[in-house]
Design a protein around this ligand. Structure first.
Ligand code: ADP
Ligand code: ZN
Length: 645
């Protein structure tokens, strides 16, 4: 196929070249007379200036040459006109002593006629052959609509191993088996074992499902195909199904390999579910997926991994044995996990001596792996903005605040009065938080507006707790009221700034009564929380399972808890008004103070001592870095952790 084509192309080329050469030759050696016509011709014949004449009868062309001596006169020798090539013309020429030659037009114009008659056909055939080849080679863009969009990432490019995935040890263990199977499929099948065809990774976005799948392929050293469920879904019925078919074909060709389908819920939704009724295209695609999964044997060495964060919406047929029958849960990382993930991503950045991954991990509950990666990235940007050579804890702090609370709104215009109220408000929270036992330590207080808040008091849990005691719940309510209490105590007036505090305190109080059995109404569940609503699978309801009389009792209990918290708060602030003043003054002066500085102020240190503390802290940091550089460890400390001298 390919060689015929080359020959064809060569001929084609040669013919065109020949035509051009011929024409070039002709025009060079035969100088045509411009503006020649029939009457001029007859006159020239009569005057005896014409040397030869040729009749081309089929085109009624009369061509010929002038005698050389008249070349000047006519500014050329050759002519071609349309004239009478029949008997009359012949006679006329004979009368003047010329005998015309006869010629069929195609004698001289062979190439031209070839060009005119055959060129279109040749072109069409050539085009056709070209397209055929494109389709066969499969590399062409034309006609590739039904191709799967799977991207192949082979072991050489961006190879990822389990080392780069941190904090999800259980998932890694579960997947270890798949790795060893991909490495040596025969070892398992020899003994008659049935290898899972499909593994479903379940976890919220950003927990590292894609990363895990890539690491499985990387560990096993097999090709990795990745496609997103939404790539299958197109406007046109049948396209998705054909893409599925193509994906499996590619997989089988490259076995052993791993096929990863991200967001499988985009295609694998429960058939017939959903508010809008059925969706033909999606159902066809899903059916094709099921058919293909049944059609291949995992002994061929192809394993599918799919990821979703909504396993509940998947069609049960997808989860049957022989399909995605293994489930691996990828949880959001816990404290330890977050620390490990941070360590993975911090390897890429130079770190200062005070960076403490475990402290950052404590301050980022609920962060996923992707969030943590983003955090490190933000910190690097913050550090770069102030031309630092390495990342310091401060940069991570700023990055964290930016990620969790939105950017600082320093440009926001705040009157001095508002600023003062905010300072007292935050100082109130802080002081109550310090004086009550069992609460998380205060990490930082600021009156720089951020996102929606005018000021923020941050706590940092020592460890992650899964349960909440009654006394801690009560103290939390008091802590939340610290801001409002300070406003009332100092200004004898209150502001809207406590809206969010009140909402959160009320929520805790209600749950204490209705869910946790922490009031005199006893351990009864008055409200049960249902699963979130899933469209088309029935609506979730918050069920109310008590009488109206009970409702009143509940309200009274909630009120009591709230009032108690508020009173505790006021009492603490009254008892320690001097500390409240110091905290407020420090906030007005520095805008942000950290946990250690809060401790100093609460324990009686004057505001001026903060300055001294800050200077020594800066000096130690610089000293450590200097020493590290002198020691010849070259660049700042990197992943080796804090340096001690
Ligand atoms: P998912 O597929 O679950 O939405 P990804 O695998 O795409 O999440 O994660 C996005 C990025 O977040 C990864 O490329 C990686 O850099 C980071 N990440 C997520 N989880 C982890 C983890 N457990 N360890 C290290 N990095 C992680
Ligand atoms: Zn507040």
């Amino acid at each position: 196929m390919r060689s015929t084509q080359k020959t064809l192309a060569l001929w084609f080329f040669l013919i065109i070249m020949a035509v051009f050469l011929f024409q070039a030759y002709e025009s060079k050696h035969q100088k045509a007379i411009a503006d020649f016509n029939f009457s001029k011709f007859t006159e020239a014949v009569k005057a005896g200036e014409v040397a030869t004449v040729t009749f081309r009868q089929d085109t009624s062309e009369v061509v010929g040459e002038m005698k050389p001596e008249f070349e000047k006169k006519y500014n050329g020798t050759h002519f071609a006109i349309i004239g009478n090539t029949q008997d009359e013309g012949y006679k006329f020429l004979q009368q003047h002593g010329i005998t015309p030659n006869y010629e069929r037009a195609d004698n001289g114009g062979f190439f031209q006629s070839l060009l005119v008659n055959w060129l279109p056909l040749i072109l069409i055939v050539a085009m056709f052959l070209f397209i055929m080849r494109q389709i066969q080679a499969g590399g062409g863009k034309a006609m590739s609509f039904g191709k799967s969009r799977a991207r192949l990432l082979t072991e050489h490019k961006n190879r990822v191993t389990f080392k780069e995935v941190a904090g999800v040890d259980e998932a890694k263990e579960d997947l270890q088996e798949i790795v060893s199977f991909l490495k040596d499929p025969k070892k398992y099948t020899k003994l008659g074992g049935r290898i899972p065809k499909g593994v479903l990774l379940v976890g919220s976005p950003g927990t590292g499902k894609t990363l895990l799948a890539r690491a499985v392929a990387g560990e096993a050293g097999v090709p990795f195909f990745t496609i997103s469920g939404s790539d299958f879904v197109e406007m046109f019925v049948g396209v998705g199904a054909s893409r599925v078919r193509d994906l499996f074909e590619q997989g089988k060709k490259n076995a052993p390999c791993l096929i990863f389908i991200d967001e499988i819920d985009a295609v694998g939704r429960h058939r017939g579910a959903g508010m809008g009724g059925g969706h033909d295209e999606r159902e066809q695609t899903l059916n094709q997926l099921l058919v293909e999964m049944d059609g291949f044997e995992s002994s061929e060495g192809v394993i599918m991994i799919a990821a979703t964060n909504r396993p509940d919406v998947l069609d049960p047929a997808l989860l049957r044995p022989g399909r995605f029958d293994r489930r691996v849960i990828v949880n959001k990382p816990d404290l330890k996990g977050r620390e490990q993930i941070l360590a993975v991503h911090m390897r890429k950045t130079p770190l200062g001596p005070d960076v403490d991954a475990s402290k950052i991990a404590r301050g980022t509950p609920g962060f996923s792996g992707a969030d943590l990666e983003n955090l490190v990235n933000e910190a690097a940007l913050v550090a770069a903005r102030s031309d630092k050579k390495y990342l310091e804890m401060d940069d991570f702090e700023k990055a964290k605040d930016k990620v969790t609370m939105g950017a600082e709104r320093r440009s926001m215009v705040i009157s001095d009065e508002d600023k003062k109220v905010t300072a007292y408000h935050e100082a109130g929270h802080t002081l109550v938080g310090k004086k009550l036992v069992g609460l998380d330590p205060i990490h930082k207080v600021t009156i720089i507006p951020r996102g929606m808040a005018l000021g923020v008091t941050q706590t940092l849990p020592e460890k992650e707790s899964v349960s909440l005691s009654k006394s801690k719940a009560e103290n939390m309510i008091a802590f939340l009221f610290g801001g409002r209490a300070a406003e009332e105590l100092i200004f004898k007036d209150i502001t809207t700034g406590a809206g969010n505090d009140i909402e959160r305190a009320t929520e805790i109080a209600r749950r204490m009564v209705c869910e946790w059995g922490m009031s005199k109404l006893g351990p009864l569940a008055y409200e049960t929380r249902d699963n979130p609503v899933f469209m088309g699978m029935g609506y979730g309801n918050k069920s109310k399972e008590y009488s109206d009389a009970k409702a009143q009792e509940i309200d009274t209990e909630v009120e009591k808890i709230i009032k108690h918290g508020y009173d505790v708060s006021i009492q603490i602030l009254r008892d320690h008004q001097d500390a409240l003043e110091r905290l407020t003054q420090a906030l007005l002066e520095y805008e942000t103070i950290d946990g250690h500085e809060v401790d100093m102020l609460v324990n009686g240190a004057a505001v001026a001592e903060i300055e001294k503390y800050r200077n020594t802290k800066k000096d130690t940091n610089a000293a450590i870095m200097n020493a590290a550089e002198k020691k010849g460890s070259g660049d700042p400390v990197g992943s080796t952790g804090p340096v001690t001298i």
